[in-house]
Every structure is written in C-alpha cells, then in structure tokens.
Design a protein. Sequence first.
Length: 246
Amino acid sequence: MSELVLALLAGGGVGLALGGLGGGGSVLAVPPLIYLLGFSPVAATTASLIIVAATSISSLVAHARDGNVRWRAGLLFAAAGIVPAMLGGLAAGRIPAPVLTVAFSVIAALAAWRMLRPSRPTDSPVRPARAAGAGAGLGAVTGVLGVGGGFLAVPALVGVVGLRMKAAVGTSLLVIIINSLAALATRTGTADGLDWAVITPFAGAAILGAWDGKRLAAKISGNRLQHVFAYVLLAVAAFMLLDSLI
C-alpha cells in the first residue's frame, strides 16, 4: 500500500477522533507515522503537532459556530500550559527514542482509560490553582510527546473547570491549538527531516475527517464512540510498549 493511501487513511481516523471526541486524535497520529510511514519518534511527534494543530483549527470553527466554545475559560486554561509546552518541546529532542516510545505508550493507555471512564460535571467551585496545575501538566505532555492532550483536557475542563461535555469538547480544541503551537515554536530543530509529501495529505484527510467526526458524534452515542476509540488506543499502547521492550 502506498504512503499516500496510508497517510490518507490514518489522517481520516485522526480527524474522526478529534471531531467527534475533542481528543484522542493526536495519540492516534503518532503510531502510524512511526510504524507505517517511517518517521522517527521525534519527527513523528513534531509532525503530529502540525497535523493536530491544523485539524483542531478547522474543528474549532464548527464548534464555535454551534456555541460550544468557552473562549475565556479555554484561554485561561491554555495560558498555564504555554511555558511547559515550550520547555517540553525543547526537551523532546534530547530524550532517547525508546524512552519516548515507552512514555507515549503509557500516555496512550491513559487516554484509553480516560475514555472508558469519562468525567462528569461537578457542582464544586472551580479552584484556580487546580485548573492552572491541570493546564500546566497538559502543556508539558503536549510539548514532550507531541499530543494535543484533548483526552486530558476534556475531563479537566469538565471536572476542574465545570464545563458541560459539549462545551468541554469544543473548548478543548482551543487549548490543543495553543499548546501545539507553543510546543512547535521550540521544535524547529526537529523539523528538518519531516516529509511534507506525507504530512500534507495526512493533515488534509484529518481536517475532512474531523467534520465527519462531528456529524458522527451527533448520530452515535458519545459513550459508544469513546469506547471504540478507547479499545483502539489500548491495542496501540500494548503494541508500542511490546515493540520498545523486545
């Protein structure tokens, strides 16, 4: 199967996850970039940030049009993650590839666990320190591993900030964009070996898939959609962990 076809198929899956769930797409982007398209772990995480940022911008427009983006809450949450994302981006190029792969598999498993056990809105008051801590942690993960962090942002926006699920999904896209761009700002040294002939169609398919994902989410139970992606992520995490240890 040609690289172009693989890039289009993988991009479509990433877009479906981002558009339908507001998270999980970036975690799905890195494995095919490494195992199917020949990227190194560092190059794959950098390419993932580019793909996810472009896709999230497209998805954000649709969610904003439906009134599901809480701009102030999203900007404040993301602001706490900008510096950690930049520092994480600087550190990523210095981490050995096997360590990066193991760390990524752990994050993928955590993402699956989060999807299988979705957070619920809480009536407790919002604690600024807790929200800032969650935002900073999310930024660090984005910077180091090249994941947008929507799978962590959505539960945090629901459980810590107190947003409803639809608003959390839409607002998480704003957080993903800001964190991804902050991380990319310090990853310029890892962009030299990127294959744009693969990244461009991958990103294009992801953008189209995100619109389909949003429509799919309106027709299928959110829990069912989350469970499907969760089991896919668990399989991906197990494969990457075994591959890095063998």
